[in-house]
Design a protein around this ligand. Structure first.
Ligand code: NAD
Length: 365
């Protein structure tokens, strides 16, 4: 059966990574019809927006997308395409498995964490008021001296509905995937209403899942614990900002951003994308690691019901990593290791190691 999937190459190193992930997925033999649509900094001039309507429409139609990273300018320019996509499509759950593959150089062993990040609320809601704006002045006045008069202001909304939805997602994921524990993470000792609400709702939801252990951690302590004993943790559920930061931390534990895939999941669509960004300084250099996007492809194949292809692609990727020969610079002992291969060559090695599809005979030699 053919699957129709939206493909967003992104910008920076996105297009070269997405091209390789696409090649690796196609090499499994699964029939995918790609609908390629453009978004990001590079299409601003062409469409007058980094997120043309056609992108949203394509994802709504196909319900599945593979997306390369998209650059977000800091401080000025357009708002984040990534955040806009998640909000417009109501992709409320961000799922980021951080699993350590044998062969990856790391101070840790057997780390196997799953980060579930709320994707639509919190400080990412985009409710911000600039220094000197009438809204900022109004809020400063209402604060009764708590906010300095020369402040810019970001608002942090956390809803009961959003918290319940993400907590349920984390517990359902734990049950469906044989995980043992869910840890909710916030800073509720300081943000008593917003983060306090998140904890309260997570606790209520936990009551419906008696087979799964539940615990709570404050985010600062969580970061320290993850660095010291990550093996104690399993599924973590967090509001948006903490989820973003802790995802990078967890990716660091298992070998860096080059290896960590992700999915943005809603009731009507799923967009698969790596944790890492567009790494623009490596653009066009055939240098960065394709693993994260290829593992996004593995997640996507599973989502499409192509379990055999997903398993074969993951095994071939793990084998190349374990051998440590045909891998990019970030998997080598030193960053300037002359034996490092490029994005394409690492993908070539993964494709060369793909087992034949179940039920097919290997080619005769
Ligand atoms: P980044 O993840 O792009 O890169 C940081 C560093 O991580 C790189 O310099 C590189 O050393 C390493 N790295 C990243 N991807 C790698 C890979 N595949 N292989 C090997 N090493 C890799 O983070 P940044 O520099 O903070 O962000 C660059 C841009 O990307 C920003 O505009 C940011 O907003 C955007 N961004 C986009 C997304 C997304 O599209 N979902 C996510 C994060 C950041």
């Amino acid at each position: 059966m053919s699957h129709r999937v939206t493909l967003i190459p992104g910008d920076g190193t996105g297009p070269e990574l997405v091209a390789q992930a696409r090649r690796a997925m196609e090499a499994t033999g699964v029939d995918i019809e790609w609908e390629v649509v453009e978004a990001g900094a590079d299409v601003m001039d062409k469409y007058g927006t980094p997120l043309p309507d056609g992108v949203i429409e394509s994802i709504q139609r196909n319900r599945v997308a593979l997306k390369g990273p998209v650059t977000t300018p800091i401080g000025a320019g357009f708002r984040s395409v990534n955040v806009a996509l998640r909000q417009k499509l109501s992709l409320y759950a961000c799922l980021r498995p951080c699993r350590q593959y044998p062969g990856i150089r790391s101070h840790y062993r057997d780390v196997d964490l799953v980060i579930v990040r709320e994707n639509t609320e919190d400080l990412y809601a985009g409710v911000e008021f600039d220094l000197g704006s009438p809204e900022a002045r109004q809020i400063i006045e209402m604060s009764g001296g708590k906010i300095a008069p020369d402040s810019a202001i970001s608002i942090k909304p956390i809803s009961e509905t959003g918290s319940r939805r993400i907590a349920k997602f984390a517990f359902d994921y734990a049950v469906a995937n044989g995980r043992r524990k869910v840890t909710a993470v916030t800073k509720a000792n300081i943000m008593k209403f917003t983060d306090g609400l998140f904890f309260r709702v997570a606790r209520e939801v936990a009551g419906d899942y008696t087979a799964i252990e539940y615990e709570e951690r404050l985010v600062d302590n969580m970061c320290m614990q993850l660095v010291q004993k990550p093996e104690l943790y399993d599924v973590l559920v967090l509001p948006n900002l903490y989820g973003d930061i802790v995802s990078d931390l967890a990716a660091g534990l298992v070998g860096g951003l080059g290896v960590a895939p992700g999915a943005n999941i809603g009731d009507d669509a799923v967009v698969f994308e790596a944790i890492h960004g567009s790494a623009p300084r490596y653009k066009g250099m055939n240098k960065v690691n394709p693993t994260a996007l290829i593992l996004c492809g593995v997640m996507m194949l599973r989502h499409l019901g192509e379990d055999d292809a997903a398993q074969r692609l993951e095994a071939a990727t793990a084998a190349v990593i374990a051998e440590g020969k045909h891998v990019t610079y970030d998997f080598k002992p030193t960053r300037d290791d002359p034996t490092a291969v490029g994005t394409k060559e690492m993908t070539d090695a993964i494709i060369a190691g793909l087992a034949p599809a179940a039920g097919t005979l290997p080619a005769r030699r």
